[in-house]
Design a protein around this ligand. Sequence first.
Ligand SMILES: O=C(O)CCC(=O)C(=O)O
Length: 272
Amino acid sequence: MTENEKYLFDLTGYLLLKNVLSPEEVGLANEAIDQHAEGIVERVGDLSLSGGSAALQGTTGRGDLGGMLGWERPWRDPFREMLAHPKIVPYLHQIIGKGFRLDHNMSLITMRKGAEGHTLHGSSGPEFDPHQYYVFRDGSMHSGLTVVSWQLADVGLEHGGFCVIPGSHKGNFRCPSAMKQYEINQEFVKQVTCEAGDVVIFTEAVTHGTLPWNADHERRSLLVRYSPGNLAYASGYDWPDAMREGLTEAQRAVLEPPYHLRLNRPVVETSE
Ligand SMILES: O=C(O)CCC(=O)C(=O)O
């Protein structure tokens, strides 16, 4: 992680990394998703995410798809390669610390034209959230739950999708409800534009959400959440056999349950 990147992540709470995946790798991941597209669940009715906001409402819900780490070969391979990806691990070591672990299952967000947004949320202020936090101490960044969002489709200006209030991970006051609803002060909310193959890393402490999707093509962002090795946000880390079978050493290390680094916790090796 360069000094420039450290500065930007600390300043804003997120970082955009360009061209992490090649067009061929993006193509393989999208083909695998196409093969399993019948499993996509659109969040309508009680599962709606727009929270009654007029500014975030849509004509349909966000699509969710999970389980890709346990798919049959070759479909699972592109997603397993993302788990402990050599281009991403150095960032996670800096932001979360060595011994970071997968928290939550990997999940794909899809959005068709007209899909509603997701109210802004995040854990900064006023109370300290011991699972989702961002602190800077003794010269290092420390983020609790942290998201690596792999972009499998382009996101242009005005398309919608992921948005963030840069710097809000250091906020001390509660974000006003109308701002979480994207109904006031929209000029402080940044829609993050990116291309297929890019990666957005963000701390769950930063206030973030989703703007309604306006593009003709489908949004596809794969969210992978990690926590420090000692910490769990989600309750389920007894991963199913289909997900564990055939993993590499590095991938297995990321699936370890939470416990102290001192107790022989495996650490993903890098050339850092
Ligand atoms: O649309 C996005 O990428 C953000 C989604 C999100 O924050 C969530 O699902 O909690």
